[in-house]
Write a protein of this length. Structure first.
Lengths: 140, 111
């Protein structure tokens, strides 16, 4: 069987837990996985991508409802890293957010674009009672 | 968010005493800057020496301060960026918008 690490986290829908998500993702980049690149950079990118995705889910997907929950799964296999962020809301138009290029002095709109830039595949879809933002990065 | 402010003549230095600037805490920095602008203090230096990580919300707060300072004929400059924070400015090309200094003294002297 291939070596695989799976993490499944559920947190209240509140931004005060973003730091916890960030620390978990940074630590995972330093786990004994097969990766020949710069692990500090991988840790930074994982922290950033999950922080941006979780913020979107908390603020847009779950509409800042503190009674909702946010679920995040992280799977690291030998060839890729798959992050999923689930929200319980009505969803949002990720294509519109991704295609509206932020101007240099815009105060918002960079989060989804950063995710697209740092990950190899990004999909947002309805899955049972949730929406899921699935992001994959190939480990080369 | 833990912040300290120091007045250096007409310039106010805000020291962000947090390891992270994200959607949870960057609103406090925005509010602090708006309070200073209301008091007519429109030349700011933001010292990010303690900040190890900044996300798009943190950048948004800094851009907001920069735009407000500029419209009031002031300026907002940054200093003491850790490597990851510097990378974030380069990823978003915001290093072309802000004046960034390696030390607080250099930033203060540049006004």
């Amino acid at each position: 069987m291939q070596d695989q690490i799976s993490v499944d986290i559920t947190i209240p829908n509140q931004t005060k837990y973003l730091g916890l998500i960030g620390r978990i993702s940074e630590n995972l980049a330093h786990a004994p996985i097969r990766f020949s690149g710069d692990r500090d950079e991988l840790a930074f990118h994982l922290n950033l991508v999950l922080t941006e995705a979780a913020t979107n889910a908390i603020c847009h997907g779950n509409e800042e409802d503190p009674h909702k929950q946010l679920r995040i799964t992280i799977v690291i296999s030998e060839s890729c890293l798959t992050l999923k962020v689930f929200d319980e809301g009505c969803g949002f138009d990720i294509a519109a957010m991704a295609n509206s290029e932020a101007k240099e002095t815009d105060e918002e709109g960079r989060g989804i674009q950063l995710i697209y830039r740092l990950m190899d595949n990004v999909h947002y879809r309805r899955q049972e009672q949730s929406n899921v933002l699935e992001m994959t990065k190939y480990l080369r | 968010m833990q912040l300290t402010t120091e007045e250096h003549g007409e310039i106010v230095k805000i020291v962000v005493q947090e390891e992270r600037m994200d959607a949870h805490n960057s609103g406090s920095l925005k509010e602090e800057m708006l309070k200073l602008f209301d008091e007519g203090k429109c030349n700011l230096v933001i010292d990010l020496s303690s900040v190890r990580f900044v996300d798009s919300s943190g950048l948004g707060a800094l851009v907001s301060g920069f735009k407000n300072a500029s419209t009031k004929d002031g300026n907002l400059k940054l200093c003491c960026l850790q490597p990851q924070v510097r990378s974030m400015f380069e990823l978003t090309r915001l290093h072309r918008v802000f004046e960034i200094f390696t030390s607080a003294d250099e930033a203060l002297e540049s006004f």
